[in-house]
Design a protein around this ligand. Structure first.
Ligand code: DC
Length: 222
């Protein structure tokens, strides 16, 4: 039996993970956060003190990293070399490093098989940058979720403040702009609107509205 695959791509902070998680829960699909997989590899390299720009050593170290995905109480856990690293992969430093190392084709190749394998075995909502264009080009539903830089920076800022981090809105905005640029301009699998993707701008939409829109597209699959 073939599985249903939903691809959600878009820039940092567009709300992909929140929305994908909610839609997946409603449909009883598995939510796959591919950014977390790249983040785990970045963490692995960072712990080895390898600089993001040191491509050769990043590739060497990445090939030795073991990245697995597990679901505990419906939540995705990224397991790096046997350790649940969810708590360590969301810092600004790791975000920036991830954006740099995910541009290396060899690093992307390491995760591609894992991502396709999960989608072949499960009904999934998978979020990332190149899911509709590259990982799952035959996805049943493709969404490109975006929002203005200001909206995205403000969302990230509130998230970080709520977690007790002392951050500046201006720095977050700059980080987001830098990451957008890197993610969109790299040679290998850049962030782009995939063929057949439906573009949703969430700047003036509530989370529920976006989730409903996606669900109605899944329900409309023939
Ligand atoms: O979605 P995120 O912010 O957790 O992603 C972190 C970085 O990983 C992002 O800058 C781009 C990269 N990424 C990617 O290149 N391809 C994916 N499918 C997912 C994330």
């Amino acid at each position: 039996m073939s599985t249903i695959n939903v691809a959600i791509d878009g820039p940092a902070g567009a709300g992909k993970s929140t929305i994908a998680k909610m839609a997946a829960a409603k449909k009883e699909f598995i939510y796959v956060d591919t950014g977390a997989m790249f983040r785990a590899i970045a963490l692995h390299c960072s712990r080895l003190n390898i600089k993001a720009k040191d491509k050769e050593n990043i590739i060497k170290a990445s090939k030795k990293a073991s990245v697995e995905i597990k679901y505990i109480d419906g939540e995705q856990k990224v397991i790096l070399n046997g350790e649940d690293v969810n708590a360590f992969i969301r810092t600004e430093e790791i975000s920036q490093m991830t954006s740099t190392i995910s541009a290396y084709p060899e690093v992307r190749e390491i995760l591609l098989g894992l991502q396709r394998d999960i989608a072949a075995k499960n009904n999934v909502i998978m979020d990332g940058r190149d899911i509709g264009s590259n990982v799952l080009p035959n996805a049943d539903v493709k969404i490109y979720l975006t929002a203005s830089v200001e909206t995205r920076a403000m969302r990230r800022y509130k998230e970080q403040i709520e977690k007790g981090y002392d951050v500046s809105l201006e720095n977050i905005k700059e980080d987001i702009e830098k990451r957008d640029y890197q993610d969109m301009h790299r040679e290998c699998a850049p962030l782009t609107i995939a063929d057949g993707a439906y573009v949703l701008d969430s700047s003036d939409m509530s989370i529920e509205e976006v989730v409903e829109e996606i669900i109605s597209r899944i329900d409309g699959i023939k």
